[in-house]
Ligand binder design. Structure first.
Ligand code: GTP
Ligand code: MG
Length: 388
């Protein structure tokens, strides 16, 4: 298991507030033999605060011209000010990220608990509150049934005890998803990132790179989104921020870029390759099939790769996340999930629905657009964030 996972699960919050400069993790690419395609490797720039800020500002959404084609418009890349970089502890950040969900649930929950007797009406209203937060019908039912049983068993009458019990039951359900990344057995360890358009894949890659660098790993990024305009440039910004190499090609074959990246990582002894891919909808069968092809090409290089295939989900998607998991899982056999944009939604209950309906390990959660806004999923912290 990654050491940093152990540390975080032990509650080592102090580490989070350190701002460690990332390790020099890559060297300029030299040659690549195959597959064909003009290889473009950007040597990482030295991270100086002024050049970094200028670069970030240059492409920030406020100054960036809009693309003609809205569907493939360049996404925002948030600039970071020192004020924004101020970090909260691990659990504080998760709690802050889940504020909207917590507010939505708690307002109802508090009024329910304070005015009502714990009777069937109370449970009905609680169920509606959970469903409104996207916990989903099946998971809400399970939570309510368990709550009823334990309230009876434990003779709970007090409102704060009831809330505590609800938190425990939710934590138990979410534990289904709490499975940290597997051990890195061989290098390069390949992480393939997939998901629908705009889910947060590229941003997540930037944040994940930082997390892995902080753990002392070396990382190389493969610009496997060869479809969307400016996708490479967006990824390069994250590469620069992290001071790691981003490999891209002029040609439009994502498999070739990822293959080249693996070759390059192997030659340079880099630990981890993170491969971006273009956004695609579960209904776009030809694009989903393309992922299967990408996976096949990766396997030509290393039969055991990709070692992680992660679906990035936007928390605002609601119950549709369940469909996305199903379709992507059928096509590429997912090993993990990352839920992003939890800071921007009152629907954080979707994570409980996933735990009940399709419990694929939730590796990380995104609680903001900044480089430190990716957190390892912890069931306990999440339940605390949801219920307060
Ligand atoms: N608030 C918030 N915004 C996020 C988070 N993750 C990503 N975003 C924003 O979501 C938008 C889309 O992110 P991208 O990383 O470009 O998404 P993508 O999946 O790569 O998009 P495509 O490549 O077009 O499919 C950007 O404005 C990001 O800043 C998050 O955890 N919280
Ligand atoms: Mg992208």
């Amino acid at each position: 298991m990654f050491d940093f996972l152990k540390k975080i699960f032990k509650g080592d919050d102090s580490k989070k507030s350190e701002s460690k400069s990332p390790k020099q993790s890559s060297v300029p690419s030299n040659k690549s033999s195959k597959p064909a395609g003009k290889l473009k490797t950007k040597t990482p720039i030295k991270k100086t605060s002024s050049s970094q800020k200028n670069k970030s500002k240059l492409i920030s959404s406020k100054t960036k011209p809009k693309s003609k084609n809205n569907e493939i418009n360049t996404k925002d890349i948030a600039a970071e000010t020192p004020e924004q970089q101020k970090t909260l502890s691990f659990s504080e950040k998760i709690k802050a990220g889940l504020k909207k969900t917590r507010d939505a649930i708690s307002v109802n929950l508090l009024s329910l608990i304070s005015i009502k007797k714990i009777d069937q009406n109370f449970y009905d209203d609680l169920e509606m509150t959970l469903i409104a937060a996207d916990v989903g019908y099946a998971a809400s039912q399970q939570i309510i049934e368990e709550l009823k049983k334990r309230v009876k068993q434990e003779g709970v009458e007090d409102s704060s005890e009831l809330k505590q019990l609800l938190k425990i039951i939710l934590t138990e359900l979410l534990k289904e998803l709490e499975k940290p990344l597997i051990q890195i057995k061989q290098t390069p360890f390949v992480i393939l990132i997939v998901g629908v358009n705009g889910a947060g894949k590229t941003t997540t890659i930037g944040k994940l790179t930082k997390l892995l660098l902080d753990e002392g790993k070396t990382v190389l990024i493969a610009a496997g989104d060869t479809f969307r305009a400016a996708a490479k440039e967006q990824l390069q910004v994250w590469g620069d921020r992290n001071n790691v190499t981003v490999i891209s090609q002029e040609t439009g074959d994502p498999s070739a870029v990822i293959y080249d990246s693996m070759q390059s990582a192997k030659a340079k002894g880099i630990d981890i390759v993170i491969a971006d891919t273009a956004g695609r909808l579960p209904t776009q069968k030809h694009l989903i099939d393309e992922l299967t092809k990408i996976k096949k090409v990766i396997k030509k290089f290393d039969e055991s790769a990709p070692h992680e295939t992660i679906l990035v989900l936007d928390a605002n998607t609601g119950q549709n996340a369940i469909n996305q998991i199903k379709t992507f899982n059928e096509a590429v056999t997912l090993t993990g999930l990352i839920m992003t944009k939890l800071d921007g939604t009152a629907k954080g209950g979707i994570v409980a629905a996933i735990a009940k309906e399709n419990p694929i390990p939730l590796r990380f959660i995104g609680v903001g657009e900044k480089i430190d806004d990716l957190k390892i999923f912890s069931a306990e912290d999440y339940a605390e964030g949801m219920l307060g």
